[in-house]
Design a binder for this molecule. Structure first.
Ligand code: NDP
Length: 285
């Protein structure tokens, strides 16, 4: 048999995409495992996704990540969905199985692993989620599927918040409640795990924090933030000051990337290398 000069291709479609660091992390992982894979960070404008998804098949790409604004629209171009992706209603990664495109959502799985790595289980717990967008949906659904007893959803926009609560109540065994969020949020007293799944605090607005009455955070609460490019968001600092255990968003990013790596390659992901690569990218020690 002749030598193979063709690399397996994966990557990401999004817009904006230029500042997405996932490729550096995945390429470091491929190298560490001696895999001939390339991760391409590709700008795909809104309205161009259909053509881009055709290209996944035509170019025999092994798979693709989807980010803003394509996570929901991509559902139209897929052949199959995982149970979680179907429930979440959004896909952040696709595997191309000989021309059949299968969609999965690994954001919530990455979040759960980042908790597990800190010795925290969601089983039987009450989770209070700030936000009802893509990340919040993924986190809420995966927590419910992993046995959380209750999911409180606080969101500014009523429609998105009530829709997510309804979905969890109707489609999972967890209970869910929508909490209107007009003024400083009083964290529900039964909260075991509080998650900021809004985009508040995202670079460059690093001094912003969600509108919460931080004195209602109890010291036995675990507080987590999805924001990944700042390990000490103001939100986490406020929680730390109230004695809470805090978990930043880097672990979620690394762990969803690790699940994607394994789904594409069938090989266990080198988590330590992926974590260190991202820390280097963000100038963290
Ligand atoms: P969406 O646009 O889908 O959702 C944004 C959410 O933030 C909505 O619930 C919105 O509320 C809420 N929000 C925005 N501004 C405010 C505000 N000022 N006060 C209160 N709520 C606000 O975004 P995503 O869910 O896709 O992303 C959210 C964050 O998660 C981003 O920062 C993203 O980078 C991060 N993320 C991190 C990942 C990781 O691996 N760590 C993975 C995926 C995402 P409303 O409905 O009222 O507008």
């Amino acid at each position: 048999m002749g030598k193979n000069y063709r690399s397996e291709l994966v990557g990401a479609f999004g817009c904006p995409i230029d500042e997405n660091p996932t490729g550096v992390m995945e390429e470091a992982a491929f190298k560490a495992k001696g895999l001939d894979y390339r991760y391409l960070t590709i700008k795909v404008n809104e309205g161009d996704l259909e053509a881009a998804m055709k290209a996944v098949r035509v170019l025999h790409m092994r798979g693709i990540n989807l980010t803003i604004p394509h996570k929901v629209e991509v559902l139209r171009y897929l052949d199959e969905l995982s149970e979680a992706a179907e429930l979440i209603g959004a896909v952040n990664m696709v595997v191309n199985n000989d021309g059949k495109l299968w969609g999965e959502n690994t954001d919530g799985k990455g979040f759960l692993t980042s908790l597990t790595n800190e010795g925290i289980s969601v089983a039987g717990k009450t989770i209070t989620v700030l936000g009802a967008g893509g990340a919040a949906r993924a986190i809420s659904v995966e927590c419910a599927l992993a046995g959380a007893a209750k999911v409180n959803i606080a969101n500014r926009g009523r429609t998105r918040g009530t829709e997510l609560a309804l979905l969890i109540n109707e489609r999972t065994s967890a209970k869910a409640e929508y909490i209107p969020w007009d003024n400083a949020l009083e964290v529900p007293a039964d909260t075991d795990i509080l998650v900021n799944a809004t985009s508040v605090g995202l670079y460059p607005n690093v001094n912003d924090k969600p509108d919460v009455n931080y004195d209602t955070i109890k010291p036995n609460t675990t507080v987590s933030d999805v924001i990944f490019n700042d390990p000490h968001t103001v939100f986490l600092q406020e929680a730390e000051r109230r004695g809470a255990k805090t978990i930043n968003g880097l672990g979620m990013l690394v762990n969803q990337g690790a699940v994607n790596f394994t789904l594409w390659t069938g090989v266990e992901a080198p988590i330590d290398i992926m974590t260190q690569t991202l820390k280097n990218e963000f100038g963290l020690t």
